[in-house]
Design a protein. Structure first.
Length: 485
């Protein structure tokens, strides 16, 4: 039986779909006023009658309401969250969660230089097994009950000591244990945000920030990134114009670029945040990959305006769900109450195991080994990628990410699709950015670049995209952007 070809959407359907996507993605919140018919018609390049009909259809569906003499508004009830409406809408195949889906579903036959974690062979599997056996033999081990509200005290004390080594002074009672850095950020969003609040993130930044913040009904604005941190002029303008509730940042070995804050930029960030009454959430999940600690905003600030979060999933094991939040004294109790309401606490078994691995020297030895391996892997990976025609935005001081610019005319989503068809999982730059600045970039994990299949597969994908769909060389460029990320 012959398939019936699907007709292209009408102009009315296209306009209605644009509004629906903005509502689903929490860009338009309940009660928000829609653009006037005239303004939206001009923006979409359609007639006013087309917009009127689209608004009428959405009104009939209950998505928007008309107020006489005032205009059209988003209906009062929230629509169910649609995460595929989050961020740059490349398509369902390559959205902000595409990298996670492909990497976590991947089998051993796939090459994964776009993944965000170390190879299993690099992880201390036997040491983790040994730690589990040690816990199981302990007569006083708590293997069945809930943990204390703040979390396992010995681990909190150990984390506080580790924070002090990076210049962050925090007592053990200022450390709250959670099951991951993602849970930490989710908990802080629930603690600090009201629907519609503005949040700043780096552009580009970890793609899951976008999905998580949309789920919390936040309005997300990107701060262009430079090799030394955020573009300070753009940061100051966004603070003054939008009064964001907080700014989420990786100070050390930023994901995806590998950049690290300079002391001067860190100082200026804190001064600007103080002037505009903006909080900072410092995600330090990659900080342990540094041989020497770089400046920490939480260290300069003393946890007054900065909250630091972290976990051990990238450095030790994704299966040991263990993270933390370090914050000011007077916020600990209400945050712990919220934590208990949301999850009844964190995993005591994971916390106990993590404490065991920290105190028996496993973690220290493992980090030293991983840093050495990453140091040896960085230069060869960079040479391989440059041999494919890519160019590094910067050469990081450590960690495992390279932010590589594609040859002119290529789009990262197209390259990622072509590569996946060949068994190569890449991390397209558009997934890391709410703007189009990153469409010309791919993130690479140097620890996953040693597979001899990577270069031939990548070259084939690049060649196919160059032949099939060349794009204008200026696509994604924003004149005057200092970082050109």
């Amino acid at each position: 039986m012959k398939a019936v070809p699907q007709s292209a959407p009408t102009l009315v359907e296209t306009v209605a779909a644009v509004i629906t996507e903005r509502i689903d993605g929490r860009q338009l919140m309940p009660g928000a006023r829609l653009p006037s018919v005239r303004a939206f018609a001009e923006a979409m390049g359609v007639s006013k009658s087309t917009v009127v009909e689209a608004y009428d259809r959405l009104g009939a569906e209950g998505a928007i309401v008309a107020r006489r003499g005032s205009g059209f508004y988003v209906a009062g009830k929230l629509r169910p969250l649609c995460l595929k409406a989050v961020g740059p809408q490349l398509d369902r195949a390559v959205d902000p969660l595409w990298i996670t889906r492909q990497s976590m579903q991947a089998g051993s036959d796939l090459v994964m230089p776009g993944s965000g974690w170390l190879p299993p062979a690099w992880m201390p599997d036997e040491a983790v097994r040994r730690g589990l056996r040690q816990l199981a033999r302990g007569a006083e081990a708590n293997l069945v009950a809930h943990d204390q509200p703040l979390g396992f005290p010995p681990l909190r004390a150990q984390i506080a000591r580790r924070l002090a080594e990076k210049g962050v002074e925090a007592g053990a009672d200022q450390v709250v244990l959670v099951d991951s850095a993602t849970q930490a950020l989710d908990l802080l969003c629930r603690f600090l945000l009201e629907p519609g609040d503005t949040v700043l993130v780096d552009d580009p930044c970890y793609f899951n920030y976008h999905a998580l913040l949309r789920a919390q009904r936040a309005r997300i604005l990107g701060v262009p990134l430079t090799p030394n941190g955020p573009d300070l002029a753009a940061f100051a303008t966004l603070l003054a114009e939008h009064r964001p509730r907080f700014y989420v940042i990786n100070s050390a070995l930023q994901n995806p670029t590998g950049s690290t804050l300079s002391p001067a930029v860190a100082h200026r960030i804190l001064k600007l945040a103080e002037a505009h009454d903006t909080l900072i959430i410092e995600d330090d999940i990659f900080g342990d990959f540094e041989s020497e600690p770089s400046p920490r905003l939480a260290g300069f600030d003393g946890l007054e305006r900065v909250i630091q979060i972290g976990s051990f999933s990238k450095t030790l094991s994704a299966a040991i769900r263990c993270g933390f939040i370090a914050l000011r004294d007077d916020w600990v109790e209400p945050l712990v109450d919220l934590k208990l309401a949301m999850s009844l606490g964190n995993s005591h078994l994971s916390a106990s195991l993590m404490h065991c691995l920290l105190t028996d020297g496993t973690y220290r030895r493992h980090l030293a080994d991983v840093r050495e391996k990453l140091g040896r892997a960085m230069a060869p990976a960079l040479r391989q990628l440059e041999g494919c025609g890519l160019k590094a935005w910067l050469e990081p001081s450590g960690g495992f990410f390279l932010w590589m610019r594609l040859p002119d005319g290529l789009d990262s989503a197209d390259v990622a699709r072509c590569a996946l068809a060949r068994g190569l999982v890449l991390a397209p730059g558009g997934a890391f950015s709410p703007s189009s600045l990153s469409n010309r970039f791919l993130r690479f994990n140097v620890a996953q670049c040693a597979d001899p299949r990577m270069v031939p597969l990548l070259k084939a994908a690049l060649a196919e995209c160059a032949a099939v769909r060349p794009l204008p060389a200026t696509r994604g460029h924003v004149p005057g952007a200092s970082s050109d990320v």
